[in-house]
Ligand binder design. Structure first.
Ligand SMILES: [Zn+2]
Length: 169
């Protein structure tokens, strides 16, 4: 089932023909909304996504970043790698799995840049994550969830789950 409702912003996305689904809780979506680059002075923000995984359900319920030690520019974001690993370790003990990254773009309906795709490929091959696929969320300047771009990256394919407010599957 695919549900995308504005106002009540819980977002449920099916993953291809599998019975898997990715759900974003209100709290996570609100965090993404709050860090949008809606003013020209705002630098990119980003962080990590954590989920509770039960069977085929991936519920993204925790989000980190931006951190004071990240390097943040208008069109570039470089996270503090050491803190990232600490975030993963601490949450793993609480049953929260690291499933992907998020960052902002200063455009209304964002798309992954060439550099984004490169770094996703790196993440997948280095297996920093605990899933077969790695989740990427880009928050544009449009209101959430319309301004979100959500995609899944594996070593063999990229599946876009949400683009311009529309479920792509
Ligand atoms: Zn990007």
């Amino acid at each position: 089932m695919s549900a995308l409702r504005e106002g009540h912003i819980l977002l449920i996305l099916p993953v291809g023909s599998s019975s898997q689904s990715v759900t974003f809780t209100d709290q996570v979506l609100e965090w993404l909304r709050r860090h949008r680059q809606t003013r020209t002075s705002q630098p990119e923000a980003g962080g990590q996504l954590f989920a509770v995984i039960t069977g085929t359900e991936i519920v993204v319920s925790d989000i980190t970043g931006p951190r004071t030690t990240d390097k943040r520019f208008r069109l570039l974001y470089m996270p503090d790698r050491k803190l990232e690993q600490q975030e993963i370790d601490v949450r793993f003990e609480r049953g929260l799995h690291y499933v992907g990254d998020w960052h902002t773009h200063p455009e209304s309906k964002p798309k992954p840049s060439y550099q984004d795709l490169q770094s996703m490929r790196e993440c997948v091959t280095k297996s920093r994550h605990q899933l077969n696929a790695f989740l990427l969320v880009i928050a544009g300047t449009d209101d959430t969830p319309r301004g979100l771009h959500v995609s899944l990256h594996s070593d063999s394919e990229i599946v876009v789950l949400l683009e311009g407010g529309k479920s792509k599957l």
